[in-house]
Design a protein around this ligand. Sequence first.
Ligand code: SAH
Ligand code: AVI
Length: 331
Amino acid sequence: MTDAASSPDQAGDDLAFFIDLEPQDSDMMAEVVEGLSATPKGLSPKYFYDQRGSELFDRITMVPEYYVGRTEIALLRQIGAELAADIGPDATVIEYGSGASVKIRTLLDALEKPHLYAGVDISRTFLLESCRALKADYPDLPIGAICADFTRPFEIPAELFGDHWRLAFFPGSTIGNFTPDQAVDVLKAIRSELRPDDSLLIGVDLKKDRDVLERAYDDSQGVTAAFNLNVLHVINRVLQADIPVENFSHRAVYNEEKGRVEMHLVAEEAVSFTIGGHDFSLEKGETIHTENSHKYSEEEFNALAARAGFKPHRIWIDDNRLFSVRLMRAV
Ligand code: SAH
Ligand code: AVI
């Protein structure tokens, strides 16, 4: 997904490598048209993340209601020594959905002499900026970037790993943005890059009170609302569409039966627009489903991960039982 902002150059001297598998705008066109032609209408959450979307997500992690970011970082800090002992020295670390590359710093500080770090993310400009900033702070560590959609098959060249323990790091409960069946496929793809006994360190959000969840996804500063609406700006810009964004509003609701917070965009009045020659219309009150954020019990997630070839090794949960960090081993 091409960004409006600066056009990033290649890896340059600072990054060890940059593998550019950025999805084509034509793939986005096909998926968006399919999603908006379905009943009910839906869009993939991966389209939130152009440069502005990545920046908005970064701001979400700082709003008081969104407990996810700060709880996970505090947990990672707390368990650093145990993680280092469990993972061992010289690990090759691959992070999926690396975003601002904030949490990885806590992990890199804890690990003994990591061999190499690679961030994988769909948001190309943001990925490159974040990996370069990381490199400035960890000058002795080889750092690379891979711009890719991890819901589609892609291969990490084996020579990048070297003959070291591999650690897949998947923080933030980004796995919760997939339905359980999709999540199994994403974990299977991660598993295919690991060997038996390699590790997966994954952040998974827990089930909790509706009020806490709904406030976390509808913060009082309106940052989450802006993030949700950003998907329409992205479509307008990348696919030259004419969606009247001002006629939509943000809605977040906990679907208890499915164990997930759902984000929707609600048409505040009847709207019509065109994308790539396809006409769409929504009646007043009609919605576009833009994101799921699944919350799992300990057992539910273990069962899901087992389907992808991972067994639980350790689990850490904060004192308020908000969030879990799990170390799993590839079977
Ligand atoms: N790991 C960070 C960021 C989480 S936000 C944290 O925990 O704070 C989710 C990240 O995943 C974003 O940076 C987004 O660009 C990336 N992402 C979302 N869907 C993706 C996909 N299908 N393929 C690759 N990256 C994706
Ligand atoms: C990236 N992902 C795990 C976030 C979440 O909590 O589902 C995205 C997000 N959506 C709204 N707020 C944050």
